[in-house]
Structures are given as structure tokens and as C-alpha cells.
Design a protein around this ligand. Structure first.
Ligand code: SAM
Length: 195
């Protein structure tokens, strides 16, 4: 995975699908998708079996709110919602935003899942009890103080492929992907003090 090579499966036109409908999680109509700036990493979906591993690792269930930072087609927040959790997908690529919103709508999950067309570095993470990451190590490193600042103690972070530099994982598991590992972290009070 790198910054440049784009996976063609993501090629849905922004204008082609229309609006994904109203998510009950937000009080106003969803804003239209827009080009913000180039993505920091290309789209590469987490295999669905590995999505379940990540959600198991974070012990996701009803009462959780799972944020996926760079949500692609929305599969992680959709799978979280199937477990009774709320979901918020943050995605910078407007074609993927439309695709994810269409997937949420097709699953009938609009009431519990929202897809925001945002830069993950500018998003508000304070509503998350679980954050999912499948982005580059340098992005994880840059995000670390934001995670510590905005997440509550006890919030879990699961990272597919690349860990968060300088943050000791609570668990590391092998997954059948080319990057081979997934990582679990839990925000501790001392992290917040260090943020
Ligand atoms: C490797 S894909 C992971 C997709 C999804 N999370 C999954 O695991 O299936 C990374 C995603 O991050 C998005 N992305 C890259 N830079 C971003 C940024 N600054 N803000 C929000 N999304 C971004 C890309 O468009 C892409 O969809």
C-alpha cells in the first residue's frame, strides 16, 4: 500500500449515486460530497474476515461507537453496526464517501451509521469508543497525540497492518494479509496526561 497507486474498484462517480439519505445519527441532511485534497494513502480494503478479527480484538458490541479513519467503502462501520454498535466513517475521497453511504443505505443501517466527507486529521474523535486504522505508519504517528487528546480512557484503537509508532500494543495478532499483523491499544489516563 502506498500513497499513489489507486485501486480501480473505488471508481464510482461522486455525482452518480445521489445522496445516501438521512442518517438518524445526525439532525440535518448529509452534506454533498466534495473534493477536499489528495488522500494521504490509497484505498485498499481490509478483507472482510479481518474486519471481524479487528472488531473482536476491540470487543465491539452494542453501546460502542466505532470510528473508521479513512473508511473506504464503509465495511468496518457496517460490520460494527451489524453487532449493534454505532458507526462513523471518515473519508476524504468523495467517490468513496458516496460508495460507503450507498453501502450503509443498502444494508438499512442509516439510523446508526454516518459517513463524513472529512480529512481524518481534522475530524472530531471525541464520540468514539473504538477507532479503526488502516493507514500508513507515519499517519498513525501523527494521529497519536490526537487519539490521546480526544478519546476517553478505556477507548480502544485497532490498527490493521501498521501499529502506532511509540505506543506499546496491548495485543498483536496475526492476520492473513500482506502486512500480517493487527494491533490493539487502549487509551490510558497516562496517555491523556502525555498528549
Ligand atoms: C487502506 S484504505 C482503508 C479503508 C478501510 N478503512 C478498510 O480498512 O477497508 C485507507 C483509506 O483512507 C482514506 N484516506 C486517505 N487519507 C485520508 C485523510 N487524510 N482523511 C480521510 N481519509 C483518508 C483513503 O481514501 C482510503 O479509503
Amino acid at each position: 500500500m502506498n500513497r499513489r497507486t489507486f485501486v480501480p474498484a473505488a471508481g464510482l462517480a461522486c455525482a452518480g449515486l445521489g445522496r445516501a439519505g438521512r442518517a438518524a445519527a445526525q439532525s440535518t441532511d448529509l452534506p454533498a460530497c466534495a473534493y477536499l485534497r489528495p488522500a494521504d494513502v490509497v484505498y485498499e480494503p481490509t478483507p472482510r474476515a479481518v474486519v471481524e478479527v479487528l472488531l473482536d480484538l476491540a470487543r465491539v458490541g452494542p453501546g460502542d461507537v466505532v470510528y473508521d479513519l479513512g473508511c473506504g467503502d464503509g465495511r468496518i462501520v457496517v460490520a460494527a453496526a451489524r453487532r449493534g454498535a454505532g458507526g462513523v466513517g471518515i473519508e476524504i475521497d468523495p467517490r468513496l464517501v458516496e460508495w460507503a453511504r450507498a453501502n450503509v443505505r443498502a444494508e438499512g443501517l442509516d439510523a446508526g451509521v454516518r459517513i463524513d466527507n472529512q480529512d481524518l486529521f481534522a475530524s472530531d474523535l471525541s464520540g468514539a469508543s473504538v477507532v479503526a486504522l488502516y493507514i500508513l505508519p507515519e499517519m498513525n504517528r501523527r494521529l497519536r497525540p490526537k487519539l490521546w487528546r480526544e478519546l476517553a480512557p478505556g477507548a480502544r484503537v485497532v490498527a490493521n497492518g501498521f501499529g502506532v509508532p511509540g505506543w506499546t500494543p496491548e495485543r498483536v495478532v496475526e492476520v492473513p494479509t500482506r502486512y500480517r499483523h493487527a494491533y490493539l491499544y487502549t487509551v490510558q489516563p497516562e496517555h491523556k496526561a502525555a498528549a
